[in-house]
Design a protein around this ligand. Structure first.
Ligand SMILES: Nc1ncnc2c1ncn2[C@@H]1O[C@H](COP(=O)(O)OP(=O)(O)O)[C@@H](O)[C@H]1O
Ligand SMILES: [Mg+2]
Length: 163
């Protein structure tokens, strides 16, 4: 039986519009990996994308599923946004306890650039994405704890040094 590449956990961190889903789709193809995207599942299940309680519950359920997939030898990409350092710490420590490497990809862009991208996405009418406005982004930005270089250094290097 072929032994595939070592499974790893990949965390995608960034505000709405930073490019998490775009990168996740590319990595999922290249690696390959299983992508777990709350927005897509909530939209498909008919759940309001701004229902934070359901989002939290879904992310907890995804995490249990992710651990099962990792134990089966699959690589998993979590598109949760990971705004809080504490969330990233928890996932890093859990992955290490499972014995799998863990990558943190931080996607950063200015508010103007995020607005520009989200306007284009909203116009394109992708139904599995939340319609985020400039006002919402301005509210979110101070809540987002950007990872420092020191924190990024705590994670494993991406395989093949992808971006
Ligand atoms: N690196 C990038 N440069 C410019 N535009 C991008 C980039 N990554 C994604 N986009 C575009 O920006 C929009 C938001 O990207 P998306 O992947 O949906 O972000 P997120 O999942 O973080 O909300 C999409 O229309 C996408 O095509
Ligand atoms: Mg997305």
């Amino acid at each position: 039986m072929d032994v595939g590449p070592e499974p790893r956990l990949i965390l995608l961190c960034g505000l709405p519009g930073s490019g998490k889903t775009t990168l996740a789709k590319r990595l999922a193809n290249e690696m390959p990996a299983v992508r777990l995207c709350p927005d897509e599942w909530m939209a498909d299940l008919g759940v309001d994308l701004f229902d934070d309680r359901t989002r939290d519950r879904l992310e907890m359920r995804f995490w249990r599923h992710a651990q099962e997939l990792l134990q089966l030898g699959l690589t998993v990409i979590l598109e949760f946004g990971f705004w809080a350092r504490s969330e990233r710490d928890a996932k890093r420590l859990s992955a290490r306890a499972l014995g799998v490497p863990v990558e943190l990809h931080y996607l950063s862009a200015s508010i103007d650039e995020l607005c520009h991208r989200l306007e284009a996405r909203n116009t394109a009418g992708e139904c599995d994405t939340a319609p985020i406005t400039r006002e919402m982004l301005q509210e979110y930005a101070p809540l987002f704890e950007a990872p420092s270089d020191d924190e990024l250094g705590l994670f494993d290097a991406p395989t093949g040094q992808r971006g």
